[in-house]
Design a binder for this molecule. Structure first.
Ligand code: ADP
Ligand code: MG
Length: 596
């Protein structure tokens, strides 16, 4: 008997249909989920041009006979649900029985499928939802669905698709989510003939390592909590490795990827006091829960979720992450149950939870003369914006004028002090001046770097040992495209064996700072915001200045404070940073008097 039945009309209406196919990634999601529901242990995703030309999923699952193959493209045809009650007990991925029908309606589809017990399989061709061919075919057990020319008959939608690169990002996201949720299944992703991922069956943590690189494994701690209501398990990032971009943050409920601001805030609360501002830890958190307690049908693309007891889930999640971070602190050398291949070589740090702190390089002296750097490629001529001796004299004069107190310009040292390791406080004729040290230095660096870049003469230092940085394949592609832009901001790098090899960096910067800078650029490029070239350069320079400027939290000696004040006041517009925020405030004496 056929496994597939038609949903009763009323039930069909109970199900919020929504738009199934929005872009290639939505097709990828539906096809991968069907393959999983079919019990496949090996799934291949083959994509061309970000899915705009071809999306093909090949599985070794149970396959379909001739009748089921035809039925599978009928709207509301599903083998996975037959009554209203079932709706609330769904464990399989698909249940609306409309994915294949919707996909076929807007593309050219070729399906090959064979159940184990049949000698021959079925080849079915559809165009715009109409069957245009059916024949017996020799094909391996399982199912292959090839979707070509998506939206060929809906030009408005086709036009709406983004570049192949952007669509591929969405496809990759979808692939990663499904692969993370099903580590026991082998997955392969091939794009334009290149193998992007080949993931063998693995344990959950190994799968994370295979997707995000083995370094990631060393940055995670296990989360584990079990109650009658829900089981929470997975991994969360050690605070000190938190990044500036969100990204590797995943929730899965009953192995279905979900987005939830609510759950995210529970995790972030667990990190309270452990993270510097604007840092995001990676996390991979799985919830196992009776499907009766959740509503997965509130959103047509099914990535949002509602628990019937949200409050409990929130508190439990926060507590279990907090617990994981705390436990990790006291228990060095947790056994990650890893395949030895995946255990990172350096484990000596793995057992300790470092108190997060603002990174400060004690050797970093922003005031040093670049030409004195031992690793400098070659001594560079001073460029005009770099304060020459005369310029410096001017600066001092301007400074002294502003600073000279009422006692008739007695040319004394301007006393200043640092407050909260964040502000430099000094007196001026107009009142008490409070300078934001980071922003002031950033503004100064921005102007200097801009002038140096325009002169094509940004001082660089050759690294004694080239740095080799690992990134995801798609990030490497972005870097490769932007090597020239990097070079203009003083980074001499190349792509070798899928890594970024850095030979030289700007003379005033440290390796760690440049790494952060490159990470920020990657996050920016990945967003694919089109910028005119001038804007892009400004963005890069701002970011470079930001990353290499004195930080809040860095202690500054008296002469460093003085020099920063001098350089600040020598800027064409000392009051504001390049994005318009104040570099300093002056509190007039009257205002202070009024307080007393
Ligand atoms: P749903 O997954 O919601 O049931 P679909 O339109 O995605 O609806 O699929 C319709 C039916 O076709 C499924 O219920 C399943 O029986 C069958 N099917 C789809 N893809 C596969 C596959 N890869 N292997 C076996 N059966 C499949
Ligand atoms: Mg489905």
């Amino acid at each position: 008997m056929s496994r597939i039945r038609l949903l009763p009309e009323t039930l069909a209406n109970q199900i919020a249909a929504g738009e199934v196919v929005q872009r290639p990634a939505s097709v990828v999601k539906e096809l991968l989920e069907n393959a999983i529901d079919a019990g496949a242990t090996d799934i291949k995703l083959i994509v061309k041009d970000g899915g705009k030309t071809l999306i093909q999923v090949v599985d070794n699952g149970i396959g379909m006979d001739e009748v089921d193959a035809r039925m599978s493209f009928e709207r509301h045809a599903t083998s996975k649900i037959s009554s209203s009650e079932d709706l609330f007990r769904i464990m399989t991925k698909g249940f609306r029985g409309e994915a294949l029908a919707s996909i076929a309606a807007v593309s050219h589809v070729e399906m090959r499928t064979r159940p184990e017990n049949a000698d021959l399989g079925t080849l079915l061709r559809l165009e715009g939802g109409k069957v245009v061919g059916q024949e017996p075919v020799a094909t391996p057990k399982g199912t292959s669905v090839a979707v070509k020319n998506l939206f060929f008959n809906v030009p408005a939608r086709r036009k709406f698709l983004k570049s192949a690169q952007v669509e591929m990002r969405h496809v990759t996201d979808e692939f990663q989510r499904v692969a993370l949720a099903h580590p026991e299944i082998a997955f392969t992703l091939i794009h334009n003939g290149n193998e992007v991922y080949r993931l063998p069956p693995a344990k959950p943590l190994q799968r994370i390592g295979h997707i995000f690189g083995r370094k990631m494994i060393d940055r995670l701690v296990p989360v584990n909590e079990q109650t009658d209501y829900v089981r929470i398990h997975g991994y969360t990032g050690k605070p000190e490795f938190a990044k500036q971009r969100r990204g590797e943050q995943f929730f899965f409920v009953n192995r279905r990827f979900v987005k939830s601001g609510y759950l995210h805030s529970a995790v972030m609360q667990a990190y309270e006091g452990l993270l510097p501002e604007k840092r995001y830890p990676p996390y991979f958190i799985f919830f196992d829960i009776d499907p009766g307690h959740i509503d997965i049908n509130i959103h047509p693309t099914k990535t949002e979720i509602k628990f019937d007891d949200e409050y409990t889930v929130y508190n439990l999640l926060r507590a279990s992450v907090r617990h994981a971070l705390g436990k990790f602190d006291q228990m060095p050398g947790i056994d990650f149950d890893l395949d030895p291949e995946l255990i990172p070589r350096k484990r000596q740090d793995a057992g300790k939870l470092h108190t997060p702190q603002v990174k400060v390089n004690p050797d970093f002296n922003p005031f040093r003369d670049e030409n004195a750097t031992p690793f400098l490629q070659e001594p560079k001529a001073q460029i005009p914006s770099h304060p020459s001796r005369e310029d410096k004299a001017d600066q001092w004069q301007a400074l002294q004028e502003l600073f000279s107190a009422e006692n008739d310009g007695a040319q004394q040292e301007t006393p200043s002090f640092q407050w909260q390791r964040k502000y430099i406080v000094t007196q001026t004729r107009e009142g008490l001046m409070i300078v934001h040290q980071h922003r002031a230095h950033k503004s100064m660096l921005f102007h200097r770097l801009q002038a140096q870049m325009q002169a094509g003469d940004l001082p660089m230092q050759q690294l004694m040992f080239p740095e080799v940085w690992e990134y995801l394949p798609e990030e490497i592609r972005l870097l490769e495209k932007n090597l020239d832009a990097l070079a203009r901001t003083g980074i001499d790098a190349s792509i070798e064996n899928g890594t970024l090899v850095v030979q030289a960096i700007p003379a005033h910067a440290t390796v760690a700072q440049i790494k952060e800078y490159v990470e920020e650029l990657l996050a920016h490029w990945a967003e694919d915001i089109p910028l005119e070239s001038g804007q892009l350069e400004k963005f890069m320079l701002l970011s470079l200045a930001e990353k290499t400027a004195i930080r809040s939290g860095q202690e500054l000696g008296a002469s460093e404070q003085q020099q920063l004040l001098a350089e600040l006041l020598a800027l064409p517009e000392p009051r504001f940073d390049p994005s318009g925020k104040p570099n300093f405030v002056i509190i007039p004496a009257e205002q202070i008097d009024r307080q007393f």
